[in-house]
Write a protein that binds this ligand. Structure first.
Ligand SMILES: Nc1ncnc2c1ncn2[C@@H]1O[C@H](COP(=O)(O)OP(=O)(O)O)[C@@H](O)[C@H]1O
Ligand SMILES: [Mg+2]
Length: 246
């Protein structure tokens, strides 16, 4: 179980303090699939990074299976089964896709079959990719999918995916959605997926709209999806003000 208690993250800007995350409390039960959604700049990535230990909260605590992990580093959290896929994954020159999957899995040598299974789940063919380096020669969408495959290979207990849909074609996206659905049905892992995609949002046990560093709304996909549509189709506050001034 993951528990966030009064989590805040503030930065100093122009002499003042800017709250990026503001007093967030949340519990995610084992085996649950929670989707964070909401406008860009709302704080979703910062929230995910604080769970992974990439951002150090300025207040509050994070508990994982009852243990306070607030002060633990990334490596220690990874050992406890927490993994995070970057919104924009880094590239690793000199490391092949097979190396990356092997490292992630913790096995000394990952069989081609196993690599193939992970890559197929993100819509890539092992024959084309196993010996490729994870460097600038790969497209953004390819790197993204390879990173997701490495998280699958890690077989963590808490998997956090930051906008897995970014840069991914429709065919691979369909495969990826199916993969999330199967992982969730298998029940072994807790998943937090940051996404704007209706198909991913629909898979969630709980959808949480994050905005201005707060949990704005939460509910089932059926409760939240119409709200998101209404929000996005709503009037632009700036334009509305202009119209009123005329
Ligand atoms: N270290 C930082 N310094 C200043 N601003 C930051 C820092 N980290 C994040 N932000 C700002 O916090 C807000 C939330 O960012 P982010 O978590 O990436 O949002 P999201 O993932 O929801 O788009 C953005 O306005 C971003 O520019
Ligand atoms: Mg983000």
């Amino acid at each position: 179980m993951l528990e966030l208690k009064h989590l805040s993250y503030a930065v100093h800007e122009d002499g003042g303090e800017l709250g990026i995350l503001n007093d967030i409390s949340l519990t995610v039960g084992d085996g649950r699939l929670v989707v964070f959604t909401g406008p860009n700049g709302g704080g979703k990535t910062t929230l995910a990074k604080s769970i992974m230990g990439l951002v150090k909260p300025t207040a509050g605590q994070i508990f994982w299976n009852g243990r306070d992990i607030t002060d633990l580093g990334i490596t220690e959290r990874a050992r406890l089964g927490i993994s995070y896929g970057f919104q924009q994954p880094p590239r690793f020159k000199g490391l092949t896709v097979r190396d990356l999957l092997t490292l992630a899995s913790g096995d000394e040598r990952l069989s081609k079959d196993r690599c193939c299974q992970y890559l197929t789940r993100v819509g890539l063919c092992a024959n084309d990719y196993l010996d490729r380096e994870v460097d600038a020669s790969l497209s953004g969408g390819e790197v993204k999918r390879i990173e997701i495959a490495s998280i699958l290979a890690r077989q963590g207990k808490l998997m956090i995916f930051d906008e897995p849909e970014a840069g991914i074609d429709l065919w691979s996206f369909a495969r990826l959605t199916e993969t999330f659905e199967q992982l969730h049905a298998a029940g072994g892992a807790t998943m937090i997926i940051i996404s704007h995609q209706e198909r991913i949002i629909s898979l969630a046990d709980e959808v949480i709209v994050v905005g201005e560093g707060r949990l704005r709304h939460r509910g089932t996909p059926a409760e939240i999806l119409p709200r998101i549509l209404a929000d996005t189709l709503g009037a632009c506050p700036v334009l509305t003000k202009e119209a009123m001034a005329q």
